[in-house]
Design a protein around this ligand. Structure first.
Ligand code: ZN
Length: 59
């Protein structure tokens, strides 16, 4: 996966989570049943993106 693809997926997951949590009572600390997989995906992509940025800085 390229950095651009990763970033796109990260942003898509972020928007999905924001869209859901805006119309829902769930929060990052206590997501609802629907929110859990969305938030987990966002967390994973966020970690991958942060890792990518860290790798770039070391170069
Ligand atoms: Zn929810």
């Amino acid at each position: 996966m390229t950095a651009q693809q990763l970033y796109k997926r990260y942003m898509a997951a972020f928007n999905e989570w924001i869209t859901h949590s805006t119309g829902c009572t769930c929060t990052a600390e206590a997501p609802c049943e629907t929110g859990v997989p969305l938030f987990e995906r966002l967390s994973r992509l966020q970690a991958a993106w942060t890792h990518h940025l860290t790798q770039q800085q070391r170069r």
